[in-house]
Design a protein around this ligand. Structure first.
Ligand SMILES: Nc1ncnc2c1ncn2[C@@H]1O[C@H](COP(=O)(O)OP(=O)(O)OP(=O)(O)O)[C@@H](O)[C@H]1O
Ligand SMILES: [Mg+2]
Length: 344
C-alpha cells in the first residue's frame, strides 16, 4: 500500500464507540499501531477486543469515532484494505470437504500468485514447521490443526498488516513457539501486527507495545519494559538448605517457608526483572524440585486494577443486597488477603 512508507500508522483508532443494545462494547477506544510494529492487545473476556477487530475488518460499523488502517477508513475503504491485511480468528472454521492444503490455497489464492515456485517452497516449509498434514479433509482436523491451517495461510500471504485475534487458541506450546518465530519474521520484513491474546508470555515474547483494554476503553498502553514492572512469576521450590537468604532479595515477595520431606518448601512471587538473581539464589540452596509459573493475565489485572474491580463489585453487591454470590465474596477476600501480603 502506498502509504506504508510515509509514516502513516498501520492502525489508528480514536474515540471509537460501539454498543449492542444496552451493552457498550467500545467506549471511546484509542489505539495506534505504527507501521512495522507488533502490538499486543490484551484484556479480560468481554473487554471489547474482538469487537475492535471486527470494526477494523469492516464487519461491524462503529457508532462514533474513527478507525483507519494505513490512513484509510475501515468501513468505506474495506474492499481496498482487505488486499493488504490478513486475519486469523481464535475459532477457525474451514470448508469441511476441502483438504487442509486446498483450504490454504484458497485462502491465499495461491494459484494466481506471480511466483508460484517461491510460494510452494514457503508453503512446504510452513507445513513442516507447523507439523500439519495438508492431505486430510478439514472436517477431520482438531481445533489446533484448524488454527494451523489459518496460520499457514496468513504467513504465506504478503499482507502488510496481520490482525490476529487469539490465533494460538488450542495450539500446544511447541507450536505456539513456531507461531512466535513467524511473527518475529513478519516484523523483520517490516509488516505490522495486532495480536489479541490471553497468553501474556506470548505477548511478552513478540510484542513491541501492549495496550490493555477494559470495558471498551484502553486503560494501559506502553512498551513491554514500561509494563514489565507489573509482572511477577510464582516460584515454588523444595530446597536442601536454610532458605533465609531469599528473604533478603529485593525481587522476592511474599516468601512462605514450610518443612517438607527431606528439605524445605519455599513459595514466593518473583519480580521478572530480577528472576536471574532469584534463580541463582535458589540453585545455591540445593534444588530438589522447582516450579515457576508466570503471572496470568488475570493476575496482572488483579494486581493493577483490583481496586477498580472491587469498587465495581461493591456497587453490584449494594444492588444485590445480602444475596451476593459466595464465589464473588471469596474472590474479593482472596484479593484483599493478597493485597495485605504485599502483592501489587
Ligand atoms: N453481536 C453481539 N451482540 C451483543 N453483544 C455483543 C456482540 N458482540 C459482542 N458483544 C458484547 O460486547 C462486549 C465485548 O465483546 P468482545 O467479544 O469484543 O470481547 P473480547 O474482549 O473479545 O472478549 P474475549 O476475551 O472473551 O474474546 C461483551 O460484553 C459482549 O458480550
Ligand atoms: Mg474476543
Amino acid at each position: 500500500m502506498t502509504n506504508t512508507s510515509s509514516g502513516v500508522p498501520a492502525i489508528e483508532i480514536a474515540g471509537l464507540d460501539k454498543s449492542f443494545g444496552a451493552v457498550k462494547a467500545l467506549d471511546g477506544l484509542d489505539l495506534t499501531v505504527p507501521t512495522g510494529e507488533v502490538a499486543g492487545f490484551l484484556g479480560p473476556n468481554g473487554a471489547g477486543k474482538s469487537t475492535t477487530i471486527r470494526v477494523l475488518l469492516g464487519l461491524l460499523r462503529s457508532d462514533a469515532g474513527t478507525a483507519r488502517m494505513f490512513g484509510r477508513d475501515v468501513w468505506r475503504d474495506a474492499v481496498e484494505l482487505h488486499k493488504h491485511i490478513t486475519y486469523v480468528p481464535g475459532d477457525v472454521s474451514l470448508w469441511p470437504n476441502l483438504t487442509g492444503g486446498e483450504c490454504i490455497d484458497y485462502l491465499t489464492r495461491l494459484r494466481g500468485a506471480a511466483d508460484k515456485k517461491a510460494l510452494r517452497v514457503r508453503k512446504a516449509e510452513l507445513l513442516e514447521r507447523f507439523e500439519l498434514d495438508p492431505r486430510k479433509k478439514a472436517r477431520t482436523y482438531s481445533k489446533g490443526n484448524r488454527q494451523k491451517v489459518a496460520l499457514v495461510a496468513a504467513f504465506l500471504s504478503d499482507a502488510e498488516l496481520y490482525i490476529l485475534d487469539e490465533p494460538t487458541a488450542g495450539l500446544d506450546p511447541l507450536m505456539e513457539s513456531v507461531f512466535t518465530d513467524y511473527v518475529r519474521e513478519a516484523k523483520a520484513d517490516g509488516r505490522s501486527v495486532l495480536l489479541s491474546s490471553h497468553i501474556l508470555s506470548e505477548v511478552e515474547k513478540v510484542c513491541d507495545t501492549v495496550t490493555i483494554i477494559r470495558n471498551g476503553t484502553a486503560v494501559e498502553h506502553g512498551t513491554l519494559d514500561e509494563l514489565r514492572h507489573l509482572t511477577r512469576s510464582n516460584v515454588t521450590a523444595v530446597v536442601g538448605k536454610d532458605p533465609a537468604a531469599l528473604a533478603g532479595l529485593r525481587a522476592v515477595n511474599d516468601l512462605q517457608v514450610k518443612a517438607h520431606d527431606g528439605g524445605t518448601r519455599v513459595t514466593f512471587d518473583a519480580d521478572n526483572a530480577g528472576i536471574a538473581d532469584v534463580l541463582d539464589a535458589v540453585t545455591a540452596l540445593g534444588v530438589h524440585s522447582i516450579t515457576v509459573t508466570p503471572p496470568s493475565l488475570e493476575e496482572l489485572f488483579m494486581r493493577h486494577y483490583g481496586d477498580v474491580i472491587e469498587a465495581d463489585e461493591a456497587a453490584a453487591d449494594d444492588v444485590a443486597g445480602d444475596g451476593a454470590p459466595s464465589g464473588r465474596a471469596a474472590r474479593k477476600a482472596a484479593r484483599q488477603a493478597a493485597k495485605k501480603a504485599g502483592v501489587r
